[in-house]
Design a protein. Sequence first.
Length: 120
Amino acid sequence: MLHSQPPDPDPDDFSVRIRIRGDVLLIELRGPLTGPSVDMLQMYVLSTLATHIPPKAIMDIGGVTLVDEAGLGVLRAASGQARDAGGRMVIANGRRVLGMAADGFDHAPTISDAISRLDA
């Protein structure tokens, strides 16, 4: 019996996966954070952060292939929303895609490092 594998995701597809690890939201992004994906991320993430008070979140962007100015804006908005609610959001695995823009975020090179920052 042959088992077919699901097709590889299209590199132009964008996805958001939100998981909870203890009291930490782990938000994993894949694909280009541009155009319509920015609106999708804003809808999901901002509403999710609003339900966890105070929010402790890690946004893993290691799977993001491209970020435009609007994408950076929604990352800044999410970080600001977490901070305004007395929480914190750390960007993980983002140096490659963010480049110098990573300096404007609470950034960690790995998810483990991001968890350590949230616990500090």
